[in-house]
Design a protein around this ligand. Structure first.
Ligand code: SF4
Length: 387
């Protein structure tokens, strides 16, 4: 018997953190929209996060006692579909931690329900706000309400309220096969929108979104080339993916590559309204997968997050993921930058976390690097604030 083979515990500790930098909370399972590409299976049900669950999440953050503040991300459903009085009440569990600098709140919202009261809440509790919008009106055909009516006007009204109250916001834009041909138009729109940063999610197969057409990788490369070129014209608009690549390149150029290569994956505990939690990918929460117990790695009502993470190497899909990450490292020329992308895409595309390449990593990691390599723009020029 080969006793020198690394144990699963050791392999986990080389790749994945036992502590978390971010925790995602599901304030409500309900969403008031019904977007064509939505991955959430329970978005038509109204479950509200239990007071005991937020208290347990706060106690877990206190128990972890990390030197850096933990990001608490309120992500639904649509978080603002929870009545604001209930939301405020749930926030109280984190107040001592927030005031002590150990928690920073953020929210990802479709913006359609934002009003003055929500802006006041964002300001009081110092929320970082992220809005989901896919570009100008013609690019938002997939963002519709339950009756199939376009949500664009309501999204823009909500953004207008944020702007009126001088609440900074970033944007996540889903790039679909219909919009991937116009990177310059998207960049121009977001530069004019007043957002601080845009992140481009090229549409992928996730959750219950399992049958729409995927983007061709050649088009993805052309898209990223267009984004990089447009970034030159709109240097004040931060682009999440360009920032990530520039950060990697600058570390590599300045002899600090280990800071990148030794960084561990954040386990990103994602906690449902009832305390059940999934690890590694928020999209796994609520998915019907009996072979992995629905991806439920534990419940914060019966165990703290640090306790769950201490035994996380025994979770079935984490064990598969470790094999998948080993496969990436052994076979992929993009590993040095990518480090394995997102766990969920492997399962949703291949039915297993042991898979390596996915359409997501081809279109968002590989195509970005390939497009950048074909440009003559230096990382310092595309991201002058990057250190
Ligand atoms: S680009 Fe894909 S195959 Fe390569 S390391 Fe990333 S996830 Fe793995």
């Amino acid at each position: 018997m080969d006793t020198s083979a690394p144990t699963r515990r050791t392999r986990f500790d080389e790749r994945i953190g036992r502590s978390f930098r971010t925790v995602i909370l599901q304030p409500t399972s309900l969403c008031n929209l019904d977007c064509g590409y939505c991955y959430l299976p329970g978005r038509k049900k109204r479950y509200e996060i239990l007071p005991t669950v937020v208290k347990a999440a706060a106690a877990s953050i206190a128990e972890q006692n990390a030197p850096e503040p933990v990001g608490v991300v309120w992500h639904g459903g649509e978080p603002t579909a929870l009545p604001i009085a209930t939301f405020k009440q749930r926030l109280l569990a984190f107040e001592d931690l927030r005031i002590g600098g150990r928690v920073e709140h953020s929210i990802q919202t479709n913006a359609t329900l934002i009003n003055e009261q929500w802006c006041e809440l964002f300001r009081t509790y110092r929320f970082q706000v992220g809005v989901s919008i896919d570009g100008p009106e013609s690019a938002n055909v997939n963002r519709v309400d339950r009756a199939g009516r376009p949500a664009f006007t309501k999204i823009m009204r909500g953004i207008g309220v944020l702007r009126d109250h001088e609440i900074p916001f970033s944007v996540i834009c889903v790039v679909s096969p219909e919009t991937i041909g116009d990177p310059a138009g998207l960049m121009e729109f977001f530069a004019g929108l007043g957002c601080t940063q845009v992140g481009f999610n090229i549409e992928e197969l996730e959750g219950v979104n399992d049958s729409r057409a995927l983007v061709d990788t050649g088009l993805a490369e052309t898209f990223w080339a267009g984004v990089i070129a447009a970034h030159h014209r709109f240097p004040d608009l931060r682009v999440r993916e360009i920032d990530q690549l520039a950060s990697y390149l600058n570390k590599a150029r300045t002899g600090r590559k280990e800071e990148w290569s030794k960084a561990k994956h954040d386990p990103i505990p994602t906690i449902a309204w009832n305390g059940d939690l999934a690890l590694m990918s928020p999209e796994l929460l609520g998915i019907d997968a009996p072979e992995h117990h629905g991806f439920v790695a534990g419940n914060v009502l019966t165990e703290s997050l640090p306790q769950i993470l201490r035994r996380a190497h025994h979770v079935s899909y984490i064990a598969e993921l470790l094999d998948g990450l080993d496969g990436c490292e052994q076979t992929c020329t993009f590993w040095d930058f990518c480090r394995g992308a997102h766990a969920g895409n492997r399962y949703f595309e291949h039915g297993s976390f042991t898979a390596t390449e996915t359409a997501h990593c081809r279109n968002t990691r590989q195509a970005l690097v390939t497009a950048f390599a074909a440009t003559t723009i230096s990382p310092a020029a595309i991201n002058p604030k990057e250190k």
